[in-house]
Design a protein around this ligand. Structure first.
Ligand code: GLC
Length: 495
C-alpha cells in the first residue's frame, strides 16, 4: 500500500473549558458567536435569494453574479483520448501538465510541474506576468518534448481562473481580477492574444484550444469518471462553481438561436453573490477586508468563504480584541507581527482547529512561533472558538451556493458535486459542516442508514485544471470536427 502515513491525531471536538474564562472574554466570545453564526432560517433566506440571482445572471440585463457561458457544450463519455498540454494559472501556483487521455475508459496519465506564482507578479506588470508564464511553459516543453524549433504546435487548455467573458471558447475577456490580483491593463481585454504574444516571442509551439475556468475543469474532469457529477466547485484561494445549463434557459444567448436543449457549461462566478449587500450577514471584519482589498464592493460572498480571506478575518478579530475592547487580549505583549495584513493564511486556522490537546498546547506553540505571542488559556479558548466560528460560517455559506444550483436545476436526488481546493481538501470539518448545512437548507430527513448517500453529496473532485482542461480541449476538438463551430474564434487552431 502506498501513501498511508501515520494516522493524524483526532482533533479536539468543540470548545473546552470556556466556563473558566473571565467574564469579559466570555462576553466577547458570545458576541462573536452572534456575529458569525448563521442559523437554518438565514441559510434558507440566503439560498432563496441565491436562486433568483443565478437566474438574473443569465438574463440579458444581468445581475451581480456573472453566470458566464463557457462554450463547453458536452459532458465527457469517458472515451475521450489524446495528449494535451494544460496550463493552470490559479491564485497561488502555476502548473503545467501533459495529460494523456488513454484508450481505457476514464483513465489518464499525467506529468506535471508546479511553479510558485511570485507574490509580486500578482500586483505587478502585465508583460511580466505573461513572460513568466511563457517561460514556465517553455521550460516544461523543452524538458518533456525536446527542441522546440522541431515541434509541431501542441494543443493547450488554459485554466484561467478569473471571471472572463467568453464569446468564444478560445477567448477570455477579463471582467475583473479577483483573489487579490491587481495587474493594470488586463481588465476589459482578451487575455489570449497577450498570452500568445509572449509565447510567440519565445517560439513556444502551442495552439490554444480552450480557455477554461477551474470550476468548469473540475466539473468536466469529475464527470469523466462519475456520470452523476452535476456541479463543479472550488473552495480554495477563491470560491466558485460551474454547472451545465441548457441554452433555452440562457436569455443572454437567445440572439444566437441555439437549440434550446443545447447544453452549455456556466461558470457562475458566484463569489460575486450579494455584492449589493442584501442578505449576507456581513460582520464589521468582512466590511474591513472588503474596504482594504484591491476591488472593494466585489466578491462579497467569496470574501466570507475563500482561503485567501479566512486567516485575515481571524487576524482582524484578534487585533480588534487587543486594541479596542475592555478585555484587551494579549495584554502587555507586542503584537507587531499580528498587525501585518494577510500574514495568517487559512492553514493557520486549520492548525488551530486541529489542535487535539485539551490545553491547546499546539495553538500556544503556533502563536509563539509565528507571532511571538503567548496567549493564556482563556485566550486560547477564545482563539479556538473564533477559528471554529469562521470555518463553520464558511462551510455553511458554501452550502447555500450548492443548494441554490441544485434547486434551480431540480437536482434533488443522486446528485454528485465535485469539489477541489485547499479549503475543501485541507480545512478540518469543512465537508461535514457543509453536509449538515445542506441537510438543513433542503429539509432532508435524518438518515436511517449511516452508510446511505445524501441526495446531494459533495465529493473530492478529479483534477480539474489538468485533466479537466485536457478533456475540454479534446471535447472542443471533437465537436469542431463534427461541424459544431459555435463559439470558436480561431478555427485554424483546431485542424
Ligand atoms: C475566484 C475566481 C474564479 C475561480 C475561483 C476559484 O472566484 O474569480 O474564476 O473559479 O476564484 O479559483
Amino acid at each position: 500500500m502506498v501513501g498511508l502515513g501515520p494516522k493524524p491525531p483526532p482533533s479536539r471536538k468543540g470548545t473546552g473549558t470556556l466556563a473558566d474564562a473571565p467574564k469579559d472574554l466570555l462576553k466577547e466570545i458570545k458576541h462573536l458567536e452572534e456575529l458569525f453564526t448563521i442559523d437554518t432560517a438565514k441559510l434558507k433566506e440566503i439560498t432563496h435569494h441565491f436562486v433568483n440571482e443565478l437566474t438574473k445572471g443569465l438574463s440579458v440585463k444581468g445581475g451581480s453574479i456573472p453566470m458566464n457561458p463557457t462554450w463547453v457544450m458536452s459532458q465527457p463519455t469517458g472515451y475521450e483520448t489524446g495528449s494535451y498540454l494544460a496550463l493552470d494559472m490559479g491564485g497561488t501556483n502555476l502548473r503545467v501538465c501533459q495529460v494523456t487521455l488513454t484508450e481505457q475508459k476514464s483513465e489518464f496519465d499525467i506529468i506535471q510541474s508546479k511553479y510558485r506564482m511570485p507574490e509580486e507578479l500578482k500586483t505587478g506588470d502585465a508583460d511580466e506576468l505573461w513572460e513568466y508564464i511563457a517561460d514556465c511553459l517553455l521550460q516544461f516543453i523543452e524538458t518533456h518534448h525536446g527542441d522546440v524549433t522541431k515541434l509541431d504546435k501542441i494543443p493547450l487548455g488554459f485554466t484561467f481562473s478569473y471571471p472572463a467573458t467568453q464569446n468564444y471558447v478560445d477567448e477570455g475577456i477579463l471582467q475583473r481580477w479577483t483573489k487579490g490580483f491587481d495587474i493594470a491593463g488586463v481588465e476589459g481585454h482578451n487575455v489570449v492574444p497577450m498570452f500568445e504574444a509572449a509565447l510567440a516571442q519565445r517560439g513556444v509551439p502551442i495552439k490554444l484550444t480552450a480557455l477554461i475556468n477551474d470550476t468548469t475543469g473540475t466539473l468536466i474532469a469529475s464527470a469523466y469518471t462519475d456520470p452523476k457529477m452535476k456541479i463543479g466547485c472550488i473552495f480554495g484561494t477563491g470560491c466558485n462553481a460551474a454547472y451545465i445549463e441548457d441554452c433555452g434557459s440562457i436569455p443572454k444567448l437567445a440572439h444566437l438561436n441555439l437549440p434550446p436543449e443545447t447544453p452549455m457549461a456556466i461558470n457562475c462566478e458566484w463569489g460575486a453573490f450579494d455584492n449589493e449587500g442584501k442578505v449576507l450577514p456581513r460582520t464589521p471584519y468582512d466590511v474591513a477586508i472588503d474596504k482594504d482589498s484591491p476591488r472593494p464592493g466585489q466578491q462579497s460572498f467569496e470574501k466570507m468563504i475563500a482561503g485567501l480571506y479566512l486567516g485575515e478575518i481571524f487576524r482582524l478579530i484578534m487585533v480588534d480584541l487587543h486594541d479596542k475592547h475592555d478585555v484587551h487580549i494579549f495584554a502587555g505583549q507586542d503584537i507587531a507581527k499580528l498587525r501585518k495584513p494577510y500574514s495568517l493564511d487559512s492553514s493557520f486556522l486549520s492548525s488551530i482547529e486541529e489542535d487535539p490537546f485539551e490545553n491547546l498546547s499546539e495553538t500556544l506553540d503556533l502563536f509563539q512561533n509565528k507571532l511571538n505571542i503567548s496567549p493564556n488559556l482563556p485566550e486560547l479558548e477564545l482563539i479556538r472558538r473564533t477559528a471554529e466560528l469562521i470555518g463553520t460560517r464558511a462551510a455553511r455559506l458554501s452550502a447555500c451556493g450548492v443548494s441554490a444550483i441544485s434547486i434551480k436545476k431540480g437536482y434533488t436526488t443522486s446528485c454528485h458535486v465535485g469539489a477541489d481546493g485547499s479549503v475543501f481538501n485541507k480545512y478540518p470539518h469543512f465537508k461535514a459542516r457543509g453536509a449538515v448545512a445542506l441537510r438543513e437548507i433542503l429539509d432532508w430527513p435524518e438518515k436511517t442508514d449511516p452508510k446511505e448517500e445524501d441526495p446531494i453529496e459533495i465529493l473530492t473532485a478529479e483534477d480539474g485544471s489538468g485533466v479537466g482542461a485536457a478533456l475540454i480541449a479534446a471535447l472542443t476538438l471533437q465537436r469542431v470536427k463534427a461541424g459544431n463551430m459555435h463559439g470558436i474564434l480561431h478555427p485554424e487552431n483546431f485542424t
